[in-house]
Write a protein that binds this ligand. Sequence first.
Ligand code: ZN
Ligand code: ZN
Length: 134
Amino acid sequence: MIKSKSRLTHADRVLQYLKNKDQPLSAYDILEGMRSEGVAAATTVYRALDKLLSIGLVHKIESLNAWTVCCGSHNNKTPVFEICNDCGYVKEHLDQDFTNNINNLSKRTGFIPDNPVLEIHGRCGACANNYLSA
Ligand SMILES: [Zn+2]
Ligand SMILES: [Zn+2]
């Protein structure tokens, strides 16, 4: 089903905007980028992001204070993000063993994670090669 542009919700439009970018964006970047589409208030963007987060379509990368589109179906797996400090490459991974370990930890400690996301900073393969050969 194709919705006409005017009938898309703000959440739909923010999701579409993020999908067209290949890197995570701050709410401010989204707002700036969507001004030409008539989005003028930060609260509009935040509300849209909250909605998308609650239905699992986007993730917030806390260490970058930025938002990115979810890679797809999680099936309750905990996402792991690799974040390159040099080029800004960000990739979401889903790993069952890792998820089991997080779940086991929670069972042992009784800690209830909100919305577990692991963020790993470092160098992506391409940047690591450049670094080593420099
Ligand atoms: Zn995801
Ligand atoms: Zn890199």
